[in-house]
Every structure is written in C-alpha cells, then in structure tokens.
Design a protein around this ligand. Structure first.
Ligand code: 5GP
Length: 336
C-alpha cells in the first residue's frame, strides 16, 4: 500500500455523487431528514452496510439524489472530491456525472454542469497537483431526447472551452434498452466525443453484443459475459475500466481473486484500475491498486507500469498526456 499511495495515479471511472464524502452525505441527510425528504436512520443503515446488492446500491443513489439537489451542494461535493483525489496523489481524473434538471431550484442540465465546474476552484487544480476532466453520463432511465440533450450539452460546453472529454452510459442496469440510447451515442461519436460505457453489469447478452459491435472507446465492468461475448471482448481490445471493490461489494463478482480482470491482465488486454464510487464503497484508488497488485502478484515496476498505461487509455488531450508522462518520469517512486 505505501507504494500505491505515492504512485501517481489516473482515475478514469469515478462517479461524482458516488465519490461523496460519507461525512458530507450524513450531514446533508441530517438536514433533509428534518424536512422529511429522507429517512436518516434508513440512510445510515444503508451506508453502514459493508456489502449491498446492486439494487440496494441504486436505492442509495436515489437517496443521494434527494440530498444533492441544489447548485451550492453540487459545487461543494465537486470541490471535496477533487481535494480527496489529489490528496492520494491522483494526478488526473475523469470525473463522470449525470447532468440533472431540478425545476424546484431552477436547475437545468447546463446550470448543474456549471455548478460542477464552480467546484474546480481548488488549490489542487490551481497548483497543477491534479488535472480534472469531465465525462457526462446518460442515465439509463432517460428518454432518447433527454440523452441527446446531454450529448448536445457536452458538445456545446466543450466548444466553449470547458474540460469535457466524453460521454458515459450508466444508471441501474436493470432499466432501459440499448435502442433508446443508441441515437444519442451515435450523435456523440459524430461529434467527436469518445464513449466510456457501462457494460455487462447484469446478464444481458443481447445488449452486451450490441455494445461490443458499437465498439466504444472504453467499457466499464464487463462482469457478466458469456463465453462468446468474452471472446469478442478479448478480440476487440476495447480497454476495460476495472472496479474491484465495487464489483465485489455489489455482489457482481464473488471475490477479488476470482475477478475477471486477472484473465484480462494475463491476456495483455488493456485495463485500467478505477474506484467507481469511492464514497459509496469506502475505498480509494491507492487501495484498489494494492488489491490488484496483491491479486496479480505484481512487483513494484509492474504496478508503476500498470498505473502509467492509464495515460494512453485516458481521453486527455495529447499535450496533457505528455505532461502526465513527465509526472511519472519525475516522480520519486524509487524512494517508496
Ligand atoms: P452522478 O452521476 O449523480 O454524479 O453519480 C451517481 C450516479 O452514477 C448514480 O445515480 C448512477 O446513475 C451512476 N452510477 C454510479 N455507480 C454506478 C455503477 O456501479 N453502475 C452503474 N450502472 N451506474 C452507476
């Protein structure tokens, strides 16, 4: 773990509201329980559970949504998440979040994103300790039109110079159909926005096949694949975002040692170690690297190589990729 702490790291799969500090979540829940919006005891009991099934996890996301409703809270969470990532030597993060409308507080998808970017006002960013880029998520509950609205927003804001680098498809995998999102994802591709899509979190061979045929730039999870799809994944060489603790905590895979990333690593398939939702699953990227390293029996050089390979899998602009390479070359890993 000491090496994994000092290791410069890139986080390519972290959901903003899944990265919320537990202390902030409890504070917000206590405020909202006073007006009856959430049940504080229920929230505490879900947070305190070490493992929760995927449906329970999405119940928790529903509760988080209820307490993260206004612009100030969104800005605060973003700032705290960036500071927490920078504190464990994450030098680059692609933070993903779902733009939300909330007419009750005058929130539109755009104003939500502006509130997120107001959270970039941190010392860590000012002093280049961390570079932050954004991926806009389409929630699987959304309609085709709502998904297209998110893609257009990403395109427009990127044109305006905002740090938006891609599009994600996430949300409860038991909900929604591929054909609903395909028009928005096709539009994103036409607009030059790379795609990092959640794939195979539940058994859904038809959707997995469609996603693999669509060939997104990256895939998240890929836990529940049949043999045929697994072979197609290996042949595709599509990089996989590996979220060990999240997959075990949501009971999607039985244990880290049996996780499919072992086979991906041995097959030299491109992978990147990520946290998914460090706040929800009480983990850190350093811990995820330590888990991966012990599971794969890696020596220090191999851990550094694994972390460094994330640069090429990121959606960072070429010049920033160069800077990140230099940060690895100049880091003092040998002292660890
Ligand atoms: P937000 O987009 O609100 O910043 O982050 C929380 C949201 O990310 C959740 O409500 C959910 O839509 C999505 N999310 C977080 N973790 C996961 C995950 O493990 N799987 C999927 N499919 N979606 C997730």
């Amino acid at each position: 773990l000491p090496l994994c702490r000092v290791l410069p790291k890139l986080e390519l799969h972290a959901h903003l509201n899944g990265s919320i500090r537990s202390s902030t979540l409890l504070e917000l829940a206590a405020e909202h329980s006073q007006n009856g919006a959430v049940s504080y005891p229920e929230l505490v009991s879900i947070i305190e559970k070490e493992k929760r099934s995927l449906p329970e996890t999405f119940k928790l996301f529903g509760l988080i949504r209820l307490v993260t409703t206004n612009h100030q809270v969104v800005t605060r969470i973003t700032r705290e998440v960036i500071e927490d990532f920078a504190a464990e030597n994450i030098i680059y993060v692609e933070l993903r979040t779902t733009p939300k409308n909330n007419p009750a507080v005058g929130m539109t998808k755009r104003s939500y994103m502006e509130a997120v970017m107001a959270g970039f006002n941190t010392d860590s960013i000012a002093f280049n300790r961390i570079y932050v880029r954004l991926i806009l998520s389409i929630d699987r509950r959304e309609t085709t039109e709502a998904a297209i609205e998110t893609v257009r927003l990403a395109f427009d804001m990127r044109q305006e110079g905002c740090e938006i680098v891609g599009i994600d498809l996430s949300g409860d995998p038991a909900i929604g159909e591929w054909k609903t999102f395909l028009p928005a994802l096709t539009l994103a591709r036409e607009m030059g926005l790379p795609l990092a899509l959640h794939c195979g979190e539940v058994h859904n061979p038809e959707e997995v096949k469609s996603i693999l045929d669509f060939h997104p730039e990256r895939l998240g999870h890929v836990c529940c694949l049949d043999d045929l799809e697994w072979q197609a994944l290996l042949a595709s060489k599509i990089p996989v975002e590996v979220c060990l603790t999240s997959n075990v905590a949501t009971l999607t895979v039985p244990c880290v040692a049996d996780h499919h990333f072992v086979e991906l690593y041995k097959a030299k398939h491109p992978i990147v170690i990520c946290t998914d939702d460090p706040g929800i699953f009480c983990t850190t990227l350093s811990r995820e690297y330590a888990l991966a390293a012990s599971c794969l029996d890696l020596v220090s050089e191999e851990v550094v190589k694994l972390a460094k390979e994330a640069i090429n899998l990121s959606f960072a602009e070429p010049q920033l990729k160069q800077t990140l390479h230099q940060l690895f070359d100049f880091s003092h890993l040998k002292q660890a």
